[in-house]
Ligand binder design. Structure first.
Ligand code: ADP
Length: 201
């Protein structure tokens, strides 16, 4: 008769097993940029494109996390840091389960982004600079926030009354004022293919 498994003989499913099963490498794709630069648009289009190719993919979006997990946090430098730390932890946990995790937050401070980068093994953190001139973001004003920030109705607004520190050497640099959403997605997918994030798709 076969012996029942015991705590000693049981082994947790590990990352390697999951990655072989899903034919992909657990990775964080981290989009950073000003409000209105196109992070949400690009991340949703990217999630759909990867999902259609059978990837195990998920998306953490700024506005959604801010109203749930991080609803206790504001926009001071300290709270922004804690916001990114928690998001980084969630993204890392998912990446450890072999997910490709798309993260779309302004994440204005270099140190905070680098903190997440340094918590990941080499090649498993892909920083995407969603670059767009402030004037273009402001003219888009998709959520009407720039108008309010200019009137002083919103404090600590990135680009207006709070700094944005652009990445110094992002893996991917998008220019959403010049390129279409489709071109941006192609640029990201080219990088994912080149770096073997998906082994078989
Ligand atoms: P964010 O999430 O960075 O605040 P959004 O995605 O909400 O930005 O808004 C970006 C706006 O810019 C949308 O109205 C989108 O249609 C437009 N847009 C124009 N070109 C692009 C592009 N190449 N990539 C992303 N968004 C673009």
């Amino acid at each position: 008769m076969k012996a029942s498994p015991t705590r000693k003989t049981l082994k947790k499913v590990d990352l390697n097993q999951r990655e072989n099963r899903f034919h992909q490498k657990g990775t964080i794709i981290w989009l950073t940029g000003l409000s209105g630069a196109g992070k949400t648009t690009v991340s949703i289009a990217l999630e759909n494109a990867l999902f259609e190719q059978n990837a195990l993919v998920t998306l953490l979006d700024g506005d959604v996390v801010r109203t749930g997990l991080n609803s206790d946090l504001g926009f001071s430098a300290e709270d922004r840091k804690e916001n990114i730390r928690r998001i980084g932890e969630v993204a890392r946990l998912l990446a450890q389960q072999a997910f490709v995790v798309i993260v779309a937050f302004i994440s204005p401070f270099r140190d905070d982004r680098d903190w997440v980068r340094n918590s990941m093994d080499n090649g498993r953190f892909i920083e995407v600079f969603v670059d767009c001139p402030l004037a273009v973001c402001e003219s888009r004003d998709t959520k009407g926030l720039y108008k309010k920030a200019r009137k002083g109705e919103i404090q600590d607004f990135t680009g207006i009354s709070s700094p944005y520190e652009p990445p110094l050497s992002p893996e991917i640099h998008l220019n959403t004022a010049e390129d279409t959403v489709e071109e941006c997605i192609e640029q990201i997918i080219r990088h994912l293919t080149k770096t073997d994030v998906f082994k078989k798709i």
